[in-house]
Design a protein around this ligand. Structure first.
Ligand code: CP
Length: 324
């Protein structure tokens, strides 16, 4: 069964690397009117009525899975959640066989999180349904990158010209890659900061400034996007100890106070409090960590709407039940 390749995004959303600045801006602009739906007493509009979406999560998730599910339900799609444990994947069924069986039940879209880099593209090339990458290994997490961009834009009313430093475990991070692509395409200056063992070997060739000291990064930045140490992807030896990491690279109140100006603090979650970020920063006045989570629902609504063939200029009308 053929599925629409929306005129704005095409058939799938696999990463920000392959999107233009115009496409990224169109997603952010489409999310704006959708924000208001979540503030209503009845959080539902008929934008995706009749669509069936499978959320296939082969890796753990709290924010992304629930946020996609809320986005789908608020747009009136029918949703099914699928996880590897308890399914026939645990009996050896392949990803493509699993997806083809789901398609045989006449689905429209698959939202996939998987531990293997490239798995979303692999699937998208083999099934007709729209595929949305909800995080594939170390490759990309495009909707996280988009919700980070929206949150920064909400605060500064622009992205171009801002100095954004991504701190922490860049090596294992799909969030870092999606942020890098998105921020640079929209004209921000991007830097990274972390221990040498947690930076990709070719980091200098990625066209970013590299800070070896967190104090220098804080001195430079308008925005810090603080990444989690991905302990589950490390086989040991990347940092001497978590306490040592906090002492040298932790984003602490004392370090921010020394900078003497306001710096916007983002973190994609889940946080290791007291490791990459201290609680008084995470819960402090310049943290927009929960705003990121709120924006995640609107971003995912926008992505689903555009993949289903919606147009940014019709989003305002669509959310009141018209415009389609
Ligand atoms: N930020 C993020 O991807 O969080 P989850 O792993 O909880 O989905």
């Amino acid at each position: 069964m053929a599925h629409p390749a929306g005129p704005y995004l095409g058939k799938d959303l696999l990463g920000l690397e392959e999107l233009s600045a115009e496409q990224i801006t169109a997603i952010l602009d489409t999310a704006e009117p959708f924000k208001e739906i979540s503030e209503r007493p009845i959080k539902k509009v008929p934008v995706l009525r009749g669509k069936t979406i499978v959320n296939a999560f082969f890796e753990n998730s709290t924010r992304t899975r629930i946020s996609f599910e809320f986005a789908e339900k608020r747009l009136s799609a029918d949703t099914v959640n699928f996880s590897a444990s308890g399914s026939s994947v645990s009996k050896g069924e392949t990803l493509v066989d699993t997806a083809k069986n789901l398609e045989a039940m006449r689905i429209d879209m698959v939202v996939i999180r998987h531990g293997a880099s490239g798995s979303a593209r692999f699937l998208a090339e083999r099934i007709d349904s729209n595929v949305v990458n909800a995080g594939d290994g170390r490759h990309e997490h495009p909707t996280q990158g988009l919700l980070d961009l929206l949150t920064i834009r909400d605060h500064f009313r622009r992205i171009a010209g801002l100095k954004v430093c991504i701190t922490g475990d860049i090596l294992h991070s799909r969030v870092a890659r999606s942020n890098l692509w998105g921020l640079r395409k929209l004209g921000a200056e991007v830097a990274v900061c972390g221990p040498r063992t947690l930076l990709p070997r070719d980091v200098e060739e990625m066209g970013v400034t590299v800070f070896r000291r967190i104090e220098d990064a804080i001195e430079w930045a308008d925005v810090l996007n603080v990444l989690r140490l991905q302990l589950e992807r490390m086989q040991g030896g990347f940092v001497p100890s978590l306490r040592e990491y906090n002492r040298v690279f932790g984003v602490t109140r004392a370090r921010l106070d020394r900078a003497g100006r306001d710096i916007l603090i983002l973190h994609p979650g889940p946080m290791n409090r007291g490791v990459e970020i201290d609680s008084d920063v995470a819960d402090g006045p310049h943290s927009v960590i929960l705003q990121q989570v709120t924006n995640g629902v609107a971003i995912r609504m926008a992505v689903l709407y555009l993949l289903a063939g919606g147009a940014p200029e019709r989003a305002e009308a669509a959310k009141t039940g018209g415009g389609e």
